[in-house]
Design a protein around this ligand. Sequence first.
Ligand code: PLP
Length: 377
Amino acid sequence: MSTSRIPFLDLGAAYAELRQELDAATRGVMASSQFILGPEVSTFEEEFAAYCDTRHAIGVGSGLDALRLILLGYELGPGDEVLVPSNTFIATWLAVTQAGAIPVPVEPDPLTHNITAEAVEAAISSSTKAIIPVHLYGHPADMDAIVALGRERGIPVIEDAAQAQGARCRGRRAGGLADAAGFSFYPGKNLGAMGDAGAVTTNDDGLAERVRMLRNYGSKVKYHHDVPGMNSRLDSIQAAVLRVKLRHLDEWNERRRGLAARYIDGLGGVEGLVLPAPAEWAEPVWHLFVVRHPQRDALQARLSDAGVDTIIHYPLPPHLTGAYAGEFDSARLSLTERLADEVLSLPMGPHLSQDDADRVAAAVREAVGELQTSAVS
Ligand SMILES: Cc1ncc(COP(=O)(O)O)c(C=O)c1O
């Protein structure tokens, strides 16, 4: 068994596995000189829409832009409120504020880390103009009930599917579960580019058309600008990379599932350690494997000493960041703040070996045991 350091995620191994395909695909774009939009982007859009079982996929510059373009496409603006999870990556909130609207935080269910229909219903007001559930850590939010609420009130429901490429909720894939979805293809995502990239998926023809225009200077025909758009096009080289990696996504997600099962086996019954608990209707894709422990920082330090790299997703919830200083002082989000103090993401990715997952689990068991002993002595 190897004793080398276990990285949180091994992107070098991902490239090594697909090197020939990726090199050929990117060289093809360079040889074609079709650097902006063009056939790689439109073919990726078709393939990704088919994968998500949606009518449209529109390639954009990043996951943040995908969400922002959807909100702009729905013409949200000043005074409009958007329900967002209180415990998400800051981009979910930034998309809202950059569209001119107001994020209204909703606390998650502590087991799935996702917002529930009950919490959404309690937070809806007459100013609510959209709802953005996040499929956090690759576990889908319970979309059917949230979408039903949105339909009842005439409010669009937008999936933040940045962490959930390939995940399913009651058999249906993320991206096609609500009115629209924003994806990130940041390199560390389950479907990751070799730079920034993102996509919008939707079955709404009108929204798709507006997002297509907005991402490209508000233009359908070159140099004719119908709306004040922006420049957020999926890069053609990234589209070529994504086309290669999409072909491997299901198999790579399967590897993640195997590793998650191994962690759950190896870490069951460790006192004080809370493991992820997927809902029975969910097929998560384990973008992250997140455990909770009341002495998280000490656990992380001990794991690092044992050669295991971990990351915290996320050490500060958006309302406590400098970006929103002074804006949410009256917000009472105690569960979210506790989760931020307790969550720890263990190494996870398609190139983590099963032996290394077993080493991680053994190191976690040992570290938690030591923490318990030092607490009683
Ligand atoms: C939940 C969530 N939403 C949005 C984003 C934004 O994606 P990007 O980094 O591609 O802008 C990310 C990715 O980092 C994310 O994890």
